[in-house]
Design a binder for this molecule. Structure first.
Ligand SMILES: Nc1ncnc2c1ncn2[C@@H]1O[C@H](COP(=O)(O)OP(=O)(O)O)[C@@H](O)[C@H]1O
Ligand SMILES: [Mg+2]
Ligand SMILES: [Zn+2]
Length: 466
């Protein structure tokens, strides 16, 4: 658990509700209450309040939150600042980044892989852009300050985000903020905080027991000639807000201590499992491969570097690699009746080989009354049909080899063999070029998925022309 951070995100679509004040002061309280607990804070907003509060004079900065979002490890960007709180410097360049940021779980993943422990507090912008979403989904605890009915109204968007991804909403807590205790109402709800809490609970939202008062003292903490921001902990002793922050920090620590595993830890376990499954299916794919080149019959392990193509049948029962030369010679013979004895064979073969490396070949044998026909087609790597030719397969049914189609017959017989010497009815075979440097890469998750897409496109095309 030590190497997985517990994340607290402060979020609200409303500006000026006290998010940044809450985030920064909470960090200071937590650190003061628990000296040995690493507490880290950063902001996804483009103002520098956090920096002004925590930076040490003359501190050399090693990058900002911008770098972290670009993939630099969290560890390398945390600066230990004032009050012993770690902070990651803010950045003004996040808005461009948010347009290209990949997916809503990237932050969760970064924390899962960070090897960094303690509590991390994230201050967000007053919107629900992709960065805020990332901060919300990564959080073990989300604090949503609400100061009035409109900000309470806005909460439903955050709850909706959690519904969308099917994430448990029990981490979400509203906290009434900027409560003016001088405002009193007649009737059931005697004051602002009671009213807000009643409405929140009525809507099924969880509310923290504490609230935060509006305090002229707090407001004055960031207006002083030095342009500094002073913490509530040291500069607002004796006020309501001082006590309220103590309560909030205690509550957070109680939750932190009670949490068996932070989300980052669970996510890391999930990633490991997914990775393991990927490897497992990859291994299963490898195990299903034929040991020999079906054309020449040689063991592929003898000269693995000569593998140039991968074939798979439409029923996936037969799969494996073919030698580069074996398949190229097969195409020359099958499509153009050329053998090594043919005139200008070298030049013609180069053209065929070149094309074979950029296309997927389909072989679909069909046996009629007493003659066999081969439906041969070429597809682009995107699955577009480029070429089609029907070829007679003299002697195939009889098992006669004529010197031209030997390679083809061997391939079809081996790959599509069914019961008692006949082929598997309606089954076809596609041959895909592979990267000579790393033929197995074609079986890696992503590549294999796109290969399967081409197979599916081919099946579609065949259906259409049937
Ligand atoms: N409890 C409080 N009492 C009075 N003023 C506050 C309180 N909390 C925050 N403020 C003031 O309200 C303004 C907005 O606070 P801030 O934390 O920046 O909100 P946000 O991050 O939601 O925009 C600031 O000027 C801040 O000093
Ligand atoms: Mg703010
Ligand atoms: Zn071969």
């Amino acid at each position: 658990m030590h190497n997985f951070p517990y994340i607290i995100t402060i979020s609200s679509e409303k500006g000026g509700v006290g998010k940044t004040t809450l985030a920064a002061n909470l960090a200071i309280y937590l650190k003061a209450m628990r000296d040995d607990l690493p507490v880290t804070i950063f902001s996804l907003d483009n103002h520098f309040t956090i920096d002004r509060m925590f930076e040490l004079a003359g501190q050399q900065l090693r990058g900002s939150i911008h770098e972290m979002l670009k993939g630099v490890p969290v560890k390398e960007l945390v600066h230990i600042g004032q009050y012993g709180v770690g902070y990651i410097p803010s950045s003004t360049e996040l808005s461009e980044l948010s347009e290209t940021f990949r997916g809503p779980m990237s932050l969760t993943r970064m924390f899962a892989e960070s090897g960094f422990g303690g509590i991390i507090i994230i201050d967000t912008r007053p919107d629900l852009n992709i960065l805020t979403q990332n901060a919300l989904y990564a959080a073990d605890r989300v604090l949503i300050p609400v100061k009035d009915m409109p900000s309470l109204e806005n909460c439903k968007n955050i709850f909706a985000l959690f519904d969308q991804r099917g994430i448990d909403k029990k981490s979400l807590y509203l906290i009434p903020c900027l409560i003016d205790s001088r405002i009193k109402y007649n009737g059931l709800f005697k004051d602002q905080k009671t009213l807000l809490r009643a409405f929140a609970i009525n809507r099924g939202y969880r509310c923290m027991d504490t609230y935060i008062s509006k305090s002229p003292k707090v407001e004055s903490l960031n207006t002083n000639p030095e342009g500094k921001i002073y913490p509530i902990l040291t500069h607002a002793r004796g006020t309501d807000v001082f006590r309220q922050f103590t309560e909030i920090a205690r509550d957070i620590l109680r939750h932190y201590d009670a949490a068996p595993e932070p989300r980052s830890c669970l996510y890391a376990a999930w990633l490991r499992e997914k990775e393991g499954k990927k490897k497992e299916t990859y291994r299963a794919r490898l195990e299903g491969l034929a040991e020999r080149c079906l054309i020449c019959g040689a063991l592929l392990t003898d000269k693995p570097e000569l593998r140039g193509f991968y074939y798979e049948t439409s029923d996936r029962a037969s799969r494996g690699f073919l030698h580069n030369d074996c398949f190229t010679d097969l195409l020359c013979a099958t499509l153009y009746g050329m053998t090594s004895q043919s005139q200008a064979y070298g030049a013609a073969r180069t053209v065929v080989a070149d094309r074979a490396k950029r296309t997927v070949s389909l072989f679909f044998p069909q046996s009629g009354e007493n003659k066999a026909i081969l439906d041969y087609r070429q597809f682009s790597m995107e699955g577009e049909q480029l070429f089609r030719k029907e070829l007679p397969m003299q002697g195939f049914s009889e098992g006669e080899f004529d010197g031209t189609n030997d390679r083809l017959f061997l391939l079809l017989n081996e790959a599509l063999a069914g019961y008692e010497g006949s082929l598997r009815e309606g089954t076809w075979l596609a041959v895909h070029p592979v990267d000579a440097g790393a033929p197995e890469a074609v079986l890696h998750d992503e590549r294999y998925r796109s290969l399967q897409q081409i197979q599916a496109r081919i099946a579609e095309k065949l259906e259409q022309s049937a």
